[in-house]
Structures are given as C-alpha cells and as structure tokens.
Design a protein around this ligand. Structure first.
Ligand code: 3NM
Length: 207
C-alpha cells in the first residue's frame, strides 16, 4: 500500500452530473478555487449518466483535477478507475469486496463506507486507506441512505481505531462540519453543501 496523505480528507467534495443544476466542470473548478482537498466522481442514482457519456464526463473532470493537483477518487466503478487512472477508489458495502479491490489496485488508495459496528467488524480495515462514516446527519441527496448515525459514530470508530483516517459524510454543511471534526474525523465529505451553494467559493471556505 502506498503512503496515504490523510489531509486530502479535509474538504472532500463528491459530485456527479445528477447533483448539478449547471455544468459539472464549472462547479468542480469553482470548488477547487474555493479550496477543496479532494474530489470523488460519483455518477450514480436518478438522472446519472452511463456508458460513453459517463466516461467522457469522467475524463473531463479527471483532467481538471490533474491540472490543479487535486486527488481524484472514483466511486465504485472499477473499469473506469483503470481508464481514468484515478488516485483512489471508494466502495460501499454492496460494491466489490475490499479484498478484490485491493488485489486489483495495490498502489491506489481505497476508501470504504462504514455505517455501523457490524460493518466495521466485518470489514478488512487493514486493507483500506480511509473509511467514510455516515450518514452522520440525515441527507436528501442519497435516496437509499441509511438512518443518520450522529457524530457518536465517528467517536466510536476513533476510539477503536485511533490512527485510522476517517471522513464524515451525510448531511454535513457549513454549520455542523465542526462537530464532525471535533468528534475525531479528519475531514468532511459533502455533496449538496457545495453543489447547491449560491457561491461555491464561499461555501467551500466556510466548511
Ligand atoms: N453516501 P450530502 S450519504 C453519497 O452515508 C453519500 O454513505 C452516504 O450528500 C453514506 O452531502 C451520501 O448532500 C450523500 O448530504 C451525501
């Protein structure tokens, strides 16, 4: 496993075209200018692109991140991970098992979503570079999201794994982000707090 720089979790922006009311490339650029520390391409759910359209958008967003030296993480799509030569891959509990992802990508960083103690105990945490803990607060963005778990879930993971890089996700905004960090997270992962902001520069700065 390559050395993982946990500071990239600080302001972790997630987006797919389905989250955007205007050009995704413009939104990503503004978010980078505002100071995000990493980007996850998550083209998933109602209204998302597939096939060639997804690949083309992925290439465009990948180019922007490379130019600005922002880590590019792909959600779930192993084939596209290869095509786009991503920095990292994020998988959920229902995606490809982490053992298989690590086997295929020994040198990329890997993130795993963990929502409860059972998932934590059943996952090979030693194989991942960071975990996404959530949903911390209730979210309108992910339709099939689980029940909100609160910041106590971050405290619990932190107690069990003092050194594990953790990013909180789900319903995080400019007001509650500080509670997520105070609970022990290395950073916050957000969609709507950025994509739906009237001023993206200010929204990122305030996170
Ligand atoms: N995953 P917003 S919650 C993509 O709990 C995603 O694993 C979640 O969107 C999880 O910042 C979520 O707009 C949606 O609430 C996050």
């Amino acid at each position: 496993m390559t050395k993982f720089d946990r500071t990239i979790l600080n302001k972790y922006f997630i987006m797919g075209s389905q989250n955007c009311k205007r050009n995704p490339a413009d939104i990503l650029l503004e978010a980078i200018e505002g100071g995000i520390s990493s980007f996850q391409f998550r083209e998933k759910g109602k209204g998302s692109l597939s096939g060639e359209d997804k690949v083309n958008l992925g290439k465009q967003l990948r180019r922007i991140c490379k130019k600005h030296q922002i880590s590019f993480i792909i959600n779930d799509d192993i084939e596209l991970a290869e095509v786009l030569d991503v920095d990292g891959i994020h998988v959920g509990q229902d995606d490809l098992p982490i053992e298989e992802v690590r086997r295929r990508f020994p040198d990329k960083f890997i993130g795993l979503s963990i929502s409860n103690q059972q998932e934590l105990e059943n996952s090979s945490i030693a194989l991942v570079d960071y975990v996404g803990a959530g949903p911390i607060f209730s979210t309108k963005t992910k339709k099939n999201a689980k029940e909100a778990v609160g910041i106590k879930w971050i405290q619990s993971i932190r107690e069990q794994y003092p050194l594990l890089p953790i990013v909180g996700i789900g319903g995080i905004d400019q007001v509650n982000a500080k509670f997520v960090r105070e609970a022990g997270a290395d950073g916050v992962a957000v969609i709507s707090a950025i994509t739906e902001a009237a001023n993206i520069h200010e929204a990122v700065k305030a996170l």
